[in-house]
Design a protein around this ligand. Sequence first.
Ligand code: BGC
Length: 480
Amino acid sequence: MTATSTGGSVDERNPFVYVVAALAALNGLLFGFDTGVISGAMLYIRETFELATIFGYSMNPSLVEGVIVSGAMIGAIVGAAFGGRLADRLGRRRLILVGAVVFFVGSLIMAVAPTVEVLILGRIVDGIGVGFASVVGPLYISEISPPKIRGSLVSLNQLTITSGILIAYLVNYALSEGGQWRWMLGLGMVPAAILFAGMLFMPESPRWLYERGHEDDARDVLSRTRTESQVAGELREIKKNIQTESGTLRDLLQAWVRPMLVVGIGLAVFQQVTGINTVMYYAPTILESTGFEDTASILATVGIGAVNVAMTVVAVLLMDRLGRRPLLLSGLGGMTVMLAVLGAVFYLPGLSGGLGLLATGSLMLYVAFFAIGLGPVFWLMISEIYPMEIRGTAMGVVTVLNWAANLIVSLTFLRLVDLFGQSGTFWLYGVLTLFALVFCYQLVPETKGRSLEEIEADLRETAFGSTVGDDSPRPAESDD
Ligand code: BGC
C-alpha cells in the first residue's frame, strides 16, 4: 500500500467516520424514495382528484399528471441551483438539516393535500429538499472522509438512493391494496426526521470549517475521524490549498477549472440521457409489453430495484480497490451491449416466452451495469474534482444539469417510443451510451487514493505546469 501524504494505510478505519457517512447518506434515501414512490401513488391519486382542472382552468388530465410527477424534479432543479451556494455559505451540516426539514414539510403537505393544487405545491417543496440533499450529501461525505476509503463512503449515498427506490417500490406494493397514496407519500417524513435528528449530533465538514477560519474546530473534527498521525498531515494539506474567498459562478470558468467543469457536465448529462430513469419510472409499462401481467410486472420491477441495490453494494466494495475509471468504463461498456440487445429483442415480433425473459434479463443487466459504474461514479467524481473554494457552487451547477436532463428524458420517453418504437428508443440510448464511453475514456481522471487537496494541486499543475494541454487520463495510483 502506498502511503499518501495524508498518512498511513490500514489505520484509516476509525469507526466514527463510518457512522457519520452512513447517517449523511440518508440524504440519498430521501432522493431515492422520492424517485420511486410517485409511480405507485399516481395510480390512486387519479381516483381521488378530478385531474381535469387546475385553479379552475380546464386542462388535459395527462398534463396535470405530468405536472404532479415532474413537480418534484422542478423543485429539485431549484433546490440544486441554490444548494451549492448555500452549502458554501451556511456550511454543509446546516444545509443537510435545512434540506431534511424542507423534505419533511413537503411530504406532510402531500399527505394531507385537500386539493390537487396543494398536492403539486407539496411535490415542489419536497423536490427542493431533494435538490439540497442531492448536492450536499455527497459533498459532506467526501469532505469528511479519509482519502483511501472516500470512494466507498461517498458511494454509500448512491446505495441509499437505490435502497430508497427499492423501499418505495415495496411501500407501493404493500399499500396498493387500499390505494393509500397519502401514506405512500407521507412516509417520506420518516427518513427525513431520522436524518435531521442524527445530523444534530454530527460534526461540520473539517474542510469547510478550516476555510471559514475555524482551525481548532477543523482539527477537532479531524481528530474524531482520523488517527493522530493523519490529522497533522491532512491539516497541512488543507492549509496549503486554502483560499479565503468563496468562489463565484465566474470562478467556475477559470481556465484551470474548465476541464473539470466539462467532465462534471458530461457525466451529469450522460448519467441521464443513457436512459436509466426510463427504467426507474416506467419499468412496469416496459415489462407489460414483454408479456407480464399487472402484478407480475410490479414484482419484476421490485426485482429490478433489488438488482440495482445489490450491484451498488458491489460498487461500494470495489470503488477504492479498482478505482473509478475501471468501474465507470466497464459499466458503460456493459450498458451499451445491453441496450443493443434490448433494441434487438423489441424489434422482433411477439415478445412472450423466451424473448420476454431475454428482454427482462437484459433490462436487469443494463441496470446492474449502471449500478456498478455511472450511477455511483457521477456523484462521487463531482464531489472530488473541484477545488475547495468553488466545490459547492460547481456541484450545484452540475447537479442542476443532472436534474434537468432527468426531467427532459422522463418527459420525452413515451413520445420517443411513439416515434421510434421501443427498439429505436433503446438503440438511441445505446448510441448515447457509446458516446459517454468515449467521453469518459478520454477525459475522466482517476481520483482513487488521492486526497482532495492532491487532486486540486494536480489540476493547477496540469493547467499551469509543463503538462498544459495534456488531457489524457491519469493512470490509476497503485494502492496495495
Ligand atoms: C441517478 C438517479 C437514478 C438513480 C437510479 C442515481 O445516481 O442520479 O437519477 O434514479 O441513480 O439508481
